[in-house]
Ligand binder design. Structure first.
Ligand SMILES: [Fe+2]
Length: 572
């Protein structure tokens, strides 16, 4: 049985294919179309389905859309349309007057919802011409069966059906779904029970997005920059934020409307300097977010009695907040699904529908790594290098040779195996560098054309994590920060952020053998089992996907070396 998951309602559109409980493939549309986040989250773009990501998932599974039994779409328009639930064909004009019992939150809601209820027709007939082959032979009503899955249920399922737990509490937080912005529950005895949700307009994600705009960044995209900025500031305005964001007990919170200009002065112009004031504002929001979420997880722990917590939703990409939950929260283990943003809802929706169809058959898959995207074979890579007239050589021992280049402070574009699902590069489409030189962070920010304040993150051998980072445990997805051990910080200055932390990735051999071998080879040469690992892209660009993207990025930036498959390309 094949189940195709689709996320398309807002942004980070993505697809996922599940076969009898096993995830075969998952990828974001942006990697194929080269448009960051796939599209902007506006009603005009809702109709766009992630056809390239779907095409890839079908290709990976060796099937066509006609072979898919179930399609799971991670938004349920029925929640807002009420009487039309289960009848997913509505045509324009979809006027509010046609639904006298409904009050639209936005005048664009009819356009937005119309695109969603017609998504089955769009899937059946809307594929771009060059992809048609795999999409022929279907109608909007089949052979697949279509399922609209509530957005937060898709986030929740992406956590509890992927986490390495048989039982866990679940918390999801994002900007918004149909109505919910936060939801929580318990996964136990192969059943999920939602305990509650917070509804619009109260939203941790929208609050963070709104301040992201005020600080001169792109909302629904650059929130992680606000988090990075926060670590330079002091929470001098925490009282103001506590007035805006209030925990109400029983997992509920309230967000009051705020006038940022009245509180903190005019919006920062994009491209202008950052001042201490901006950093203090960011630090204050971050502090109060952490306080609020800590209250929520303490309540959730008491309400469920669970030992484990699984997180998803875009807010769960806040790795500083996640570390607070880990260190100060009551749960023994905390797991964050790495594609926590909306891309992960394709995974969650597909896993949920698959699990419901198979009934008592239970779970068959745990997300042990995120290498769920496309790989490119040696022949294809070599053909492209030849066509591009690049001088390349086949490495005798790739890990040893690249470790040697890293030890010479060369910066490496690393393109190996299947691409990562989720926003973090984890050793398949990464830029790697030595952490020994304190100037390397600045150099990488220049190479990637990023803001100076942005930290770079380390990958560390799993077995060495505790020796280099305080309480360093297994953390394969770069979703938590850890303190660098004081006795080690002089050795790895480039990955130590201003607040003494690092957003680490741990790696073991079963997750990615060649990457693990590289770390070991670098460890043997330098005594340091750590490398800088940042995503293989430049500012505003999606992470590279195929050999062409990698070569284009390599040639247009001051990267020194490209290690692509078994081949090494060095700049003169
Ligand atoms: Fe979401």
């Amino acid at each position: 049985m094949h189940t195709l998951g689709i996320n398309a309602a807002y942004h980070d559109c993505s697809a996922c294919l599940v076969r009898d409980g096993e995830v075969i493939a998952a990828a974001e549309e942006e990697r194929f179309t080269r448009i960051k986040h796939g599209k902007r989250p506006v009603p005009f773009s809702t109709w766009q389905l992630p056809f390239h990501a779907i095409d890839y998932c079908l290709r990976e599974a060796g099937i066509r859309l006609a072979d898919v039994e179930h399609v799971a779409y991670s938004y349920d328009p029925g929640i807002l349309l009420g009487p039309h639930r289960g009848k997913p064909v509505i045509t324009l004009p979809l006027e509010p007057s046609a639904h006298p019992d409904k009050e639209w939150m936005s005048p664009w809601d009819p356009l937005f919802l119309s695109s969603i209820v017609n998504a089955p027709r769009q899937l059946a007939g809307g594929a771009p011409h060059h992809l048609r082959k795999r999409f022929e032979g279907v109608r909007h009503d089949g052979p697949f069966r279509w399922h609209f899955i509530e957005h937060h249920l898709a986030h929740e399922a992406s956590a509890f059906l992927a986490a390495p737990f048989d039982e866990c509490a679940v918390l999801t937080m994002d900007g918004r779904g149909e109505q919910a912005t936060t939801s929580y529950g318990i996964y136990r005895d192969r059943r999920y029970k939602r305990l509650g949700q917070v509804n619009l307009p109260h939203s941790l994600g929208l609050l963070y997005e709104s301040l992201t705009t005020h600080l001169g960044f792109l909302h629904s995209s650059d929130e992680y920059k606000v988090m990075a900025l926060a670590s330079y500031g002091k929470p001098l305005f925490a009282a103001q934020f506590r007035d805006i964001l209030r925990y109400r007990g029983d997992g509920q919170y309230e967000v009051r409307p705020a006038d940022w200009t009245a509180l903190f002065g005019p919006q920062r112009e994009r491209g202008s300097e950052f001042t201490d004031h901006h950093m203090n504002v960011a630090a204050s929001l971050q502090r109060v977010l952490e306080e609020t979420v800590l209250e929520m997880v303490r309540w959730l722990h008491a309400a469920t009695g669970a030992e484990n917590l699984a997180l998803a939703g875009g807010v769960a990409l806040n790795c500083v907040m996640n570390a607070r939950i880990r260190d100060r929260g009551p749960f023994r283990r905390v797991w964050v699904q790495p594609a926590a943003g909306d891309a992960g809802t394709a995974l969650g929706a597909a896993l949920w529908v698959d699990a419901c169809q198979r009934g008592s058959d239970g779970r068959r898959w745990v997300m042990e790594h995120a290498f769920l995207g496309p790989a490119h074979g040696e022949e294809e890579i070599e053909a492209f290098l030849r066509q591009a007239k690049l001088r390349y050589r086949r490495a005798q021992d790739l890990s040893e040779e690249v470790a040697g280049l890293l030890a010479e402070d060369k910066v490496i574009g690393w393109f190996q195996g299947r691409m990562e699902f989720g926003p973090r590069a984890l050793g398949a489409r990464s830029i790697l560098a030595s952490p020994l030189d304190p100037g390397m962070q600045q150099r990488l920010n220049q190479i990637k054309d990023r803001e100076d304040f942005r930290p770079v993150a380390p990958v560390v051998l799993e077995e060495e994590a505790a020796a280099w980072f305080v309480n360093g445990g297994v953390s394969p997805f770069m979703v938590f920060v850890y303190d660098v051990r004081p006795d080690r910080e002089a050795r790895i200055p480039a990955v130590r952020h201003v607040d003494g932390t690092a957003r680490i990735q741990t790696i073991n051999r079963s997750q990615n053998p060649v990457y693990h071998d590289l770390l070991r080879a670098f460890h043997r040469r330098t005594g340091v089992p750590v490398l800088i690992n940042t995503s293989f892209n430049t500012r505003g660009e999606p992470v590279v996907c195929n050999p062409r993207d990698a070569v284009e990025s390599f040639c247009s930036t001051p990267l020194d070396v490209l290690a692509i498959g078994p081949f090494i390309v060095e700049k003169p």
